[in-house]
Design a protein around this ligand. Structure first.
Ligand SMILES: Nc1nc2c(ncn2[C@@H]2O[C@H](COP(=O)(O)OP(=O)(O)O)[C@@H](O)[C@H]2O)c(=O)[nH]1
Ligand SMILES: [Mg+2]
Length: 192
């Protein structure tokens, strides 16, 4: 978080975390397209060999002020591949909220759990803990066959009872709901 007193803006950083190919980039692309071009910044892409890491920010005007300041959200995706550990750590610095994009397919449960444990480890290094951090889980790819049930996902991944959403990001379903839920969590825990 940082405050720009000149512009009267409070910048809040939300990172979309999760296993590679779970749908993080798809979420951010959908949000970007839905936003009014006059309130959003440029879409910045950092291209690695296998995947694209995205960043953009936007002013959330409907929300009103937070501690007297206009909230500007900075949204990031991280590269999911295991060997981009260092990039994930850098991107997480100064994080105010996390959306964990889980892949609901049965075959991806191990990858979901690995990524979640990696998130927890990296948050601890930054002095946070998943237990009281403003994070939410998105169970993505609900349009596909061979899915894990929500009950099973909840019991395997959501050990701290974080808020969650169901989504099919590729069709834009559940994406804006996820963003709103994350913003609510982040705002409720802003500590200036
Ligand atoms: N069927 C389906 N495919 C999805 C969904 N979300 C993302 N995908 C696809 O999964 C692949 C990986 O998505 P991407 O957003 O790049 O994942 P990332 O690595 O987490 O950023 C792409 O081919 C997407 O089109 C979804 O909800 N349903
Ligand atoms: Mg990506």
């Amino acid at each position: 978080m940082f405050i720009n007193y000149g512009l009267q803006e409070i910048n809040l950083k939300i990172v979309f975390y999760g296993p590679g190919l779970g749908g993080k980039t798809t979420n951010l692309e959908h949000i970007y397209k839905q936003l009014d071009p006059t309130v959003r910044g440029d879409l910045i892409t950092l291209k690695t060999k296998e995947e694209r890491t995205l960043y953009f920010d936007f002013l959330q005007l409907e929300l009103g002020r937070v501690k007297g300041l206009k909230p500007r959200f900075n949204l990031y995706t991280v590269p999911g591949q295991v060997y981009y550990d260092y990039s994930r750590k850098i991107i997480l610095k100064g994080v105010d909220g996390v959306v964990f994009v889980a892949d609901s397919q049965k075959s991806r449960m191990g990858d979901n759990l690995d990524s979640l444990l990696d998130l927890e480890k990296n948050l601890i290094e930054l002095g946070h803990s998943l237990e009281d951090f403003p994070w939410i889980i998105q169970y993505n790819k609900r349009d596909l066959p061979n899915l894990e049930s929500i009950e099973m996902l909840q019991s395997k991944l959501n050990f701290f009872g974080a808020p969650y959403t169901e989504a099919a990001a590729v069709n834009g379903i559940g994406v804006i709901e996820t963003l709103k839920k994350s913003i609510t969590e982040v705002i409720s825990k802003v500590n200036v």
